[in-house]
Design a protein around this ligand. Structure first.
Ligand SMILES: [Zn+2]
Length: 93
């Protein structure tokens, strides 16, 4: 990691939540987090505290999250995985 090049970068790094998942893990699981957050934001934060902490700290990832959430709400539907979770098929079908 390159050394911080100014004081605001250093202050931001020092304020980072220790459970912050970072950009890599957040991007990897953002679609799952968005599906859950669309149903129950508090539950999403409880299940993925590292991603929740990261979204509070990283403007870029927070914008991605807000965009995906807005798209989900605008489409009026949920992803196939979320629909399956909310309306599971009966066993044996
Ligand atoms: Zn990020």
């Amino acid at each position: 990691m390159a050394p911080p090049n100014n004081w605001s970068t250093l202050r931001r790094l020092l304020r980072t939540d220790p459970c912050d998942a970072g950009c890599g893990e957040t991007v990897e699981l953002l679609h799952v987090f968005v599906d859950l957050a669309a149903i129950d934001p508090a539950q999403a934060a409880r299940h993925y505290p590292g991603i929740s902490a990261h979204l509070r700290a990283c403007g870029s990832c927070a914008l991605d999250f807000e965009g995906l959430l807005a798209q989900l709400h605008a489409s009026g539907c949920r992803s196939p995985r979320t629909r399956e979770r909310l309306n599971p098929r009966p066993l044996g079908s």
